[in-house]
Design a protein around this ligand. Structure first.
Ligand SMILES: Cc1ncc(COP(=O)(O)O)c(C=O)c1O
Length: 375
């Protein structure tokens, strides 16, 4: 077994060139404006609008993805209602529901994409259901047509947790051209996380993309304590504003986005080559942006052994993402056992290191070590 010379973490944030970041800082210093819808944030919003193909009127930036979700759910009127969602996700998807007094109801996932199954979700719909929250987990795209049908049939909102899906686009074919459209355009609303563990980041940050432009004013108010004017506070808002330094980091990273995405493809390709012909490691092929490299092992014991040996003997840190399942955690244990497919996946999945600059020979060595551990 090959012990890698340096420690390899499951991810590492991309950092822009310090010189370029410093130039941006000079602008912030000159502006003397640090937060509250500053000029750098406005520039970032414009650039995101261009990159995603979404009008600026249908975007809102936040200081992190969790608060973006919380305020997004609230603005869509989910407080007090039942919301059907997946347990195969990060806790924030459901925490944000609980925090506004909505009730997460868990339905099972599709075994291939690992995303919420529309068929399973439909079985859970009742008169109390206000929305469905599927997650484009690992950047794998949900069955968006299936959820659109449910939204229309039952009059429930469809809100995607797209935390992992920045850089995922669908093709829209017009007679004269093909247009790229962000996956965030699906449903009533989508949330992208800009946490540094994501392939694109703004130190911390979150973005909501929504169908109805009228939601923007509400969200802008909610992220700023629901202050409407100098003399009016119209609701119970929060402090969820993105500041100028976050926006600057986002702008600088956005300049590099094509390269960041391209490098992930190379890493994925190197893993695919490394595991070629090895039936005991199933690489999940579905995500367009290759935000993560999840692999499935034949059982829990094998996954646990690979995780531990990589860490202790090879200097390689992987992540059992998502294990334990949400329904194993105290706030959601009422639904334990309700989603057997998700439980099975959580017991066998491991995400392998991937980040911009991870040497491809290290990827090769990780794949070799994994194969050696399981044989
Ligand atoms: C699926 C999912 N939803 C929500 C979040 C929360 O985003 P943030 O960390 O930006 O608050 C994360 C990740 O961190 C996530 O992975």
């Amino acid at each position: 077994m090959e012990k890698l010379k340096k420690t390899i973490f499951v991810t590492r944030p991309y950092l822009p060139l310090l010189e370029e970041f410093k130039r941006g800082l000079e602008e912030v210093w000159a502006n003397q404006w640090l937060t509250n819808n500053g000029p750098v944030l406005q520039k970032f919003q414009k650039e995101l609008s261009r990159y995603l193909g979404v009008p600026e009127t249908n975007l809102a930036l936040f200081n992190n993805g969790t608060l973006a979700l919380e305020l997004g759910y609230y603005a869509m009127g989910l407080a007090g209602g039942d919301v059907i969602t997946t347990p195969f996700t990060f806790v924030a998807t459901s925490h944000a529901l609980k925090r506004i007094g909505a009730n997460p109801i868990f339905a099972d996932v599709d075994p291939e994409t690992m995303c919420l199954s529309p068929e399973a979700a439909e079985k859970m719909i009742t008169s109390r259901t206000k929305a469905i929250v599927p997650v484009h987990v690992y950047g794998n795209v949900c069955d968006v047509e299936g959820f659109e049908r449910l939204g229309e049939k039952y009059g429930v909102k469809i809100i995607y947790d797209a935390a992992h899906a920045f850089g995922v686009f669908s093709r829209v074919e017009h007679v004269e051209r093909v247009e790229k459209k962000s996956i965030g355009c699906c449903g009533d609303m989508s949330m992208f996380s800009f946490h540094p563990t994501k392939l694109f980041h703004s130190c911390e940050g979150g973005l909501l993309v929504f169908k109805e432009a009228k939601v923007q004013e509400k969200l802008f108010e909610l992220r700023n304590f629901a202050i409407h004017s100098e003399t009016e506070c119209v609701d119970v808002g929060s402090n969820a504003k993105m500041n100028e330094l976050q926006a600057l980091m986002g702008l600088e990273c956005l300049k590099k986005i094509d390269e960041l995405l391209e490098y992930r493809q190379k890493i994925y390709g190197a893993y695919a080559e490394g595991f070629a012909g090895c039936d005991e490691v199933k690489l999940i092929p579905h995500s367009q942006n290759k935000a993560y490299v999840p692999v499935l092992f034949k059982d829990f014991e094998t996954r646990e052994r690979v995780y531990a040996v990589l860490k202790e003997k090879c200097n390689v840190f992987t992540r059992r993402y998502f294990y334990p399942l949400l329904t194993d955690f105290a706030p959601y244990v009422y639904a334990k056992g309700a989603c057997p497919v998700a439980e099975n996946l959580a017991s066998r999945v491991l995400t392998l290191p991937t980040y911009y600059g991870l040497p491809l020979e290290d990827v090769k060595a990780i794949a070799e070590n994994v194969k050696e551990i399981i044989t």
